[in-house]
Design a protein around this ligand. Structure first.
Ligand code: SF4
Length: 175
């Protein structure tokens, strides 16, 4: 998602801080992209929403997440806000989230030991029974998937490790 007012020092996505249109996609089109992805990869489990700050687009992403779940897929959201604050404001997106990683990225507390977690203050919540805390996938250390296309463009999905960051630019965060 484009736009994050929190702006944690060391965030690995500073290019997503600004609140300017990036790629504006209607919810229906995004749902069609998910359906096409599942047609290509039937093992697709769900979608992950991250930032930028997903809860700055709360209503639209809630509508998207409802469509995702209606298709039997799961929804994981990364946020710099705390679960308690999202509950207090009655977030519609939170109501349809299965997995939530909350909390700002704190560079001094960076960790690579917990999957999906960037710094030790962040928490992983199982908000529905879609996943179990006993699932061994949640006990694995962090990792990143790196893709390069025919044009030489590199896309990093997941948690970039130190050597990669040193080679490709500053910033050491994720949320
Ligand atoms: S780590 Fe997350 S909450 Fe913090 S600035 Fe980056 S996108 Fe925003």
């Amino acid at each position: 998602m484009q736009g994050c007012a929190i702006r944690c020092p060391g965030c690995c996505n500073p290019h997503l801080f600004h609140h300017r249109p990036n790629r504006v996609v209607p919810v229906a089109d995004l749902v069609r992209e998910v359906e096409a992805a599942r047609a290509r990869e039937p093992r697709l489990e769900g979608v992950s929403l991250l930032g930028g700050e997903p809860f700055e687009q709360d209503a639209a992403l809630a509508a998207f997440a409802r469509e995702v779940k209606a298709r039997g897929l799961t929804v994981m959201v990364y946020t710099g806000h705390l679960l308690e604050d999202l509950q207090a404001r009655g977030s519609p997106l939170l109501a349809v989230t299965d997995l939530l990683v909350d909390g700002q990225y704190v560079a001094a507390e960076r960790t690579t030991k917990r999957r999906f977690i960037g710094s030790t203050n962040q928490r992983l919540f199982f908000l529905t029974d879609a996943y179990s805390e006993d699932d061994p996938r949640f006990a694995a250390p962090n990792h990143a998937e790196i893709r390069m296309n025919a044009q030489g463009e590199v896309q990093v999905v997941g948690f970039p490790f130190d050597r990669f960051l040193d080679a490709f630019g500053p910033g050491h965060g994720s949320a």
